[in-house]
Write a protein that binds this ligand. Structure first.
Ligand code: SF4
Length: 289
């Protein structure tokens, strides 16, 4: 839990605060941008939330990977919000919250489907998430975009007995027990509505998941930059080969989707597939420059 004695001086007075343990992962900035802002390399509460924003700030509190956000108000409200995860994004696609420090605060997602639910990357282990996902039908497959976002996958596997799927090129000693290890660069259909697409670059074995030709779960391959106002890639956090990552980005122009659900930063939604392709072209041009 955040420690009020360790509270940053940059916070405005009120119930919410950020303490000195913040790792500046950015989660609270996109989840509750009216409340949290980056000041001097860490988050701080710059506006105390009211009404709807208070719920969102509390969701950010539970999603913070280092428990750096504190709340000095009523515990009843905290308990109520803690039980509302995973959080609905749209249709049957959810944001799990409860980000893990082991994946540098990356977001993970949950897809509820008639043909079996999918956990996309891993939240930190939480009995609340686990129970709520169990209530929504459990998990039939754990899909991992790449080696960095594995977090507490094995603990969720114990609960749900779901096979873990990741590309072989990202498998290490710690993950060589994963049941499904993809090889090569061909697309891998999991079901009629689910396609794994290899996109090497950020890591050698990075893949993305396309659901219903609408939602693209992108891990650390592709995200949206508020500053640039277009899709982009993490150039200073590329662990394999940025030129290959550009080729992988170009390959995505061959697919239709309107939603990008990244590991880091806010989900991005285009109104049409053409608008998304235009965004992708901007991203590729920016990467090349
Ligand atoms: S979510 Fe937590 S660690 Fe991440 S920026 Fe906010 S306070 Fe810092």
């Amino acid at each position: 839990m955040a420690n009020i004695k360790n509270k940053r001086s940059q916070n405005v007075e009120g119930n919410f605060y950020v303490d000195q343990t913040c790792i500046d992962c950015g989660t609270c900035y996109w989840m509750a941008p009216k409340v949290f802002e980056e000041i001097s390399g860490m988050s701080a509460v710059t506006t105390q939330p009211e009404f709807k924003d208070e719920k969102r700030a509390m969701e950010a509190l539970f999603s913070c990977p280092t428990n750096s956000i504190g709340y000095a108000g009523q515990r009843v409200e905290m308990r109520r919000v803690s039980k509302t995860f995973p959080l609905l994004i749209e249709e049957n696609v959810f944001h799990n919250g409860y980000h893990s420090e082991n994946s540098y605060g990356a977001a993970s997602y949950f897809i509820q489907r008639e043909n079996g639910n999918i956990l996309v990357d891993s939240p930190r282990y939480s009995s609340v998430i686990s129970k709520n996902i169990a209530d929504q039908g459990g998990v039939s497959l754990q899909y991992l975009t790449h080696r960095d976002d594995v977090a507490d996958t094995d603990l969720y596997q114990k609960n749900f007995q779901a096979k873990r799927l990741m590309h072989k090129d990202d498998i290490s000693e710690k993950t060589n027990h994963f049941e499904i290890q993809l090889e090569g660069q061909d697309d891998y259909p999991i079901d009629n509505d689910l396609l794994v697409i290899p996109v090497p670059g950020h890591t050698k074995g990075h893949t993305v998941l396309l659901y219903k030709e609408k939602y693209l779960f992108t891990g650390d391959h592709l995200a949206f930059s508020k500053n640039l106002d277009h899709l982009y890639a993490f150039k200073t956090a590329c662990w394999y080969d940025f030129k290959i990552q550009i080729e992988s980005m170009e390959k995505l122009l061959n697919y239709d989707f309107t939603h990008v659900l990244p590991g880091h930063g806010a989900p991005f939604k285009a109104s049409t597939t053409s608008e998304m392709k235009e965004q992708l072209r901007k991203c590729i041009e920016w990467m090349k420059n």
